[in-house]
Design a protein. Structure first.
Length: 327
């Protein structure tokens, strides 16, 4: 049975969500030239973007730093108190500091900034008080505006941290786009888990070298079967090439079944050219594995040749290989 006051709980939860959503929505109206200057500063940074903040703002800063690092901007989080006790040695003159404090009066953060400036990094301050100490110490100010926290006591950081997180995400995504960071670059930073598998390239999953069944044009179907059955991995297809090694077609297990329908076993001595697919769907080595999966699924085929820029086969993608790695 639900608690007798569950409706009141849901109403309170809805109010928290509404306050935070409205706070984030107001950020759109506050975007100005300072945001663009911050983007330029990050793009021009020769070192790393160092993010700092205390308490809940520090936790948000860690997430912002992680998002930036995973999308092409070298970044790390620096705890302001630890920085004042030796971790300042991590900073270099070419770095850039992003400091977070809603009040702009966080002691540890404001003590850190003058020391950082002696080392050399410029400072971007993200705060809800553009007349605060943090704002005065910063070279660029990202103003999240004054707001009421969603906490019933109006004390616990809630709406303010949501606003910081949203503005940090906006900053990271605009930098990503201006940097020209694409899916292939993203894949390099996310090699593990389901996301990493989706972002693997065709070159990483295709059968190649000794596992690639290449057959010369004019070979009999019987000899093609012998070759595929002795190829490591027993591929479900053979790639037919001309004298220059260019792809002419593909002969699959499905082609064999259709050839043998009706008991026409004498056709096994015919050349494979008569029964192969002459215009197979092809892939390039640098395409994503999920694109290969989409091509196989949409065309209802189990295999696709991988060719280089000259049209020579360099690999074969088999649907079973994609399934084995969880794509």
């Amino acid at each position: 049975m639900p608690s007798p006051n569950y409706r009141a709980r849901l109403a309170r939860a809805a109010e928290v969500i509404r306050i935070e959503a409205q706070t984030i929505a107001r950020l759109e109206e506050m975007l100005d030239e300072s945001f663009s200057l911050a983007v330029d500063a990050i793009l021009d940074c020769a070192g790393q973007l160092v993010v700092t903040g205390m308490g809940k703002a520090g936790l948000v800063g860690q997430k912002i730093s992680a998002t930036l690092a995973s999308t092409g901007t070298p970044s790390f989080f620096l705890h302001p108190a630890e920085a004042l006790h030796g971790d300042l040695g991590r900073l270099r003159p070419g770095d850039l500091l992003l400091a977070l404090s809603n009040s702009g009066e966080t002691g540890e953060v404001n003590q850190l900034i003058p020391v950082v400036k002696k080392i050399g990094p410029a400072v971007i301050g993200m705060t809800g008080r553009n007349d605060s100490t943090l704002a005065r110490l910063s070279d660029i100010v990202l103003d999240i505006g004054r707001m009421e926290e969603a906490c019933p006591l109006k004390l616990a950081p809630t709406a303010s941290t949501s606003a910081m997180l949203a503005l940090g995400d906006a900053l990271a995504m605009v930098v990503l786009e201006d940097r020209g960071f694409d899916r292939n670059a993203y894949a390099r930073f996310h090699p593990a888990g389901s996301l990493g598998r989706r972002l693997m390239t065709v070159d990483e999953v295709m059968r190649k070298d000794g596992e690639l069944p290449l057959v010369a044009s004019g070979t009999s179907v019987a000899d093609v079967l012998i070759q595929t059955s002795t190829t490591p991995g027993r591929p479900g297809a053979a790639l037919i090439v001309d004298a220059e090694g260019l792809l002419l077609g593909i002969f699959t297990d499905g082609d064999l079944r259709r050839l043998l329908e009706g008991g026409s076993y004498e056709k096994l001595q015919s050349t494979v050219d008569e029964f192969m697919g002459h215009k197979p769907k092809t892939l390039s080595p640098d395409q994503l594995a999920e694109e290969a999966h989409r091509l196989l699924r949409e065309n209802k085929v189990d295999n696709a040749p991988v060719i280089d820029s000259d049209g020579r086969p360099v690999g074969l993608v088999d649907v079973q290989d994609l399934l084995d790695i969880g794509i």
